[in-house]
Design a protein around this ligand. Structure first.
Ligand SMILES: [Zn+2]
Ligand SMILES: [Zn+2]
Length: 442
């Protein structure tokens, strides 16, 4: 069968459904999709596809090439889509109009062929879940944001896992755009030396959020007047996941479609975690602005934890990435997510930090926690800094003190009053090398 359509700028940011029927006994669907023109004006038009069977979503291919091919069968599927039995009945192939430029007249054409009994029915690949030694309570280092060929990445799951091993990470997280199709494969790579975690990047036309720990996709078609981001947030929480506002200050359309965080009702309430550092420090994501936004939210009284995500899509040799260093009760996905929820982490390209508070009674407070008492001491110890690195003590969002550091050292401050404190370590170019979560004093 053949389906055709035309989209103009009025269709920008719509999800456009097309029904087709899968007959009894079908074992394979092939879909060819083409659109043109690829560009209108200075920017590319960007259409992606999602497939729904009568029971729910069968995957999304979040990549905008003007020629796309999808195969879905009982035994295998194009990355991003989920293989398995094909239920007969009405299916939907949806066009997601991520970007239709002003003045555009985009025409598209689906060719759908449905194969029957001719192919032998085999089971989809089964992956055995790997296990990780949960070890003891401690600081664990890892990444929370990455992509593969299952959305718009260039490497497969094994490439991502190789990146984690190369950087000697304790955990690595796959968050493809609007699909969970690779999570079982990802879990099969868990081993004693590496915990593989998962979720997906809830990718909308008005902002991206990481839904960490989520294995069953939740409806990501959030948009004004149709489905609220607060509902999506609540569903991630109800499923024991962790909702993270991703790269809030990245540019939006048409430079990076949907990348800027535009949800006025989630600025940040009720969100509790924000990715203030996306990709390498000096990236398109405007990380300095994201840190300032986070400081502003903290000053408004929101207790919000900050994370870093490489958002890596394929090999990036030579880039200096920051990773999360999380205090967790164990090296398990739920314990890592709980550590982040509590703000028990700092972000670092290499420096190792210990930042604590001590109350007059001698009680010690860690990053993310609250120090009680009018007068108190803050203690910082560091190793792994470089020549020229500078330490900044941030108090309520302002730089209170700035000094050059020796590679290894310690420092303490006698302080008082109700404030929040963050440590920044910046290099000679002013790039962030390490950033702590706050210690709050009340
Ligand atoms: Zn994103
Ligand atoms: Zn991403």
């Amino acid at each position: 069968m053949q389906i055709q359509g035309t989209l103009t700028e009025q269709h920008n940011h719509e999800h456009i459904s097309h029904a087709f029927t899968v007959p009894e006994g079908a074992t394979r669907i092939d879909i060819d999709f083409q659109y043109e023109p690829k560009r209108t004006g200075n920017y590319g038009n960007l259409l992606t596809l999602s497939l729904f069977d009568p029971q729910g979503e069968r995957g999304t291919g979040h990549r905008g090439q003007p020629t796309q091919h999808i195969t879905l069968s009982t035994s295998d599927a194009t990355p991003g889509y989920i293989p398995g039995p094909l239920q007969p009945g009405e299916w939907d192939i949806m066009v997601n109009a991520n970007l239709i430029n002003p003045g555009a007249n985009v025409t598209y054409d689906f060719k759908i062929t449905i194969g029957f009994d001719k192919l032998p029915t085999t089971a989809p690949p089964s992956y055995q879940r790997g296990t990780t030694n949960p070890r003891s309570p401690g600081w664990y280092r890892g990444d929370l944001h990455a992509h593969t060929v299952h959305s718009d990445g260039s490497w497969d799951v094994d490439g991502l896992v190789g990146f984690a091993r190369e950087h000697k990470l304790d955990f690595i997280t796959l968050t493809d755009h609007n699909t969970v199709s690779a999570l079982k494969q990802m879990e099969s790579f868990s081993a004693d030396d590496l915990l593989t975690m998962g979720g997906f990047e809830l990718t909308t036309f008005y902002g991206h959020a990481l839904a960490l720990g989520i294995r069953d996709l939740i409806d990501w078609r959030v948009r004004p007047g149709k489905r609220s981001m607060i509902d999506a947030f609540n569903e991630v929480n109800a499923a024991n996941g962790l909702f993270v506002i991703a790269h809030p200050m990245a540019p939006g359309d048409p430079v990076c479609t949907g990348c800027q965080w535009d949800y006025e009702d989630v600025m940040p309430a009720p969100a509790r975690v924000v990715e203030v550092w996306n990709e390498e420090w000096e990236s398109m994501s405007n990380n300095n602005d994201a840190v300032q936004l986070w400081y502003q939210w903290l000053n408004q009284g929101h207790r919000l934890a900050a994370t870093v995500g490489t958002d890596i899509h394929g090999p990036r040799p030579g880039f200096e990435f920051g990773f999360n260093v999380v205090y967790a009760e164990a090296l398990t996905e739920q314990a890592i997510l709980e550590g982040i929820r509590r703000g028990h982490l700092y972000l670092s390209t290499g420096p190792q930090l210990s930042f604590t508070g001590t109350s007059p009674s001698g009680q010690t407070t860690m990053i993310g926690d609250t120090l009680k008492g009018e007068n108190y001491t803050l203690n910082l110890e560091w190793t792994g800094c470089r020549e020229g690195d500078r330490l900044r003590l941030i108090v309520d969002g302002d730089v209170k003190e700035e000094t050059t550091l020796e590679p290894t050292g310690a420092k303490s401050w006698q302080l008082s009053g109700k404030h929040w404190y963050v440590i920044e370590i910046r290099d000679t170019r002013d790039y962030m090398r390490a950033l702590t979560n706050p210690i709050f004093a009340e």
